[in-house]
Design a protein around this ligand. Sequence first.
Ligand SMILES: Nc1ccn([C@@H]2O[C@H](COP(=O)(O)O)[C@@H](O)[C@H]2O)c(=O)n1
Ligand SMILES: C[C@@]1(CO)OP(=O)(O)OP(=O)(O)OC[C@H]1O
Length: 159
Amino acid sequence: MKIRTGFGYDVHQLREGLPFWLGGIQVPHTHGALGHSDADVLIHVICDALLGAANLRDIGFHFPDTDPQYKGIDSKRLLAEVVRLLREKNYQISNIDSTICLEAPKVNPHIPEMQRVLAEVMGIAEEDISIKATTTEKLGFVGRREGVSAYASVLIMQQ
Ligand SMILES: Nc1ccn([C@@H]2O[C@H](COP(=O)(O)O)[C@@H](O)[C@H]2O)c(=O)n1
Ligand SMILES: C[C@@]1(CO)OP(=O)(O)OP(=O)(O)OC[C@H]1O
């Protein structure tokens, strides 16, 4: 069996009045993330980590932010397509670990629902999806509440 690792990083600006899509759900907040898609930064890093693990380039390569078909798209649809691409190469997802960097709101109360939704999209167990959160102690663009960033690492297996 072949085991491979992957890593993802992404940033989105936060703007007042936008819906805040994060981890496949809408998180109640005054601000939301700005992007060509629904700007779900957690899903984007999971996509990039999975694509990287399979050496299949990155999210912008498969779903360019210049293509009108992805304008406002639900990132869960992009994740489902990424998982399909991996399955095509006989890869199985072993586990995902991630960290969201966000000053506010608190992510912890929403993590079980994110795990449930993402597990369903990827067809894997909730226990194989770890989601963590941190502030950056008021430092930098996250600390100034100007943006949200996230990191993810994954393990995939090929029989
Ligand atoms: N947006 C966030 C940020 C953090 N958390 C949780 O709070 C803990 C403490 O955060 P620090 O940045 O002070 O380390 C962190 O470990 C998370 O459990 C959160 O839920 N949402
Ligand atoms: C998801 C895509 C495609 O709609 O757009 P954004 O929502 O802007 O996200 P980003 O992580 O900047 O890049 C990937 C994109 O191509």
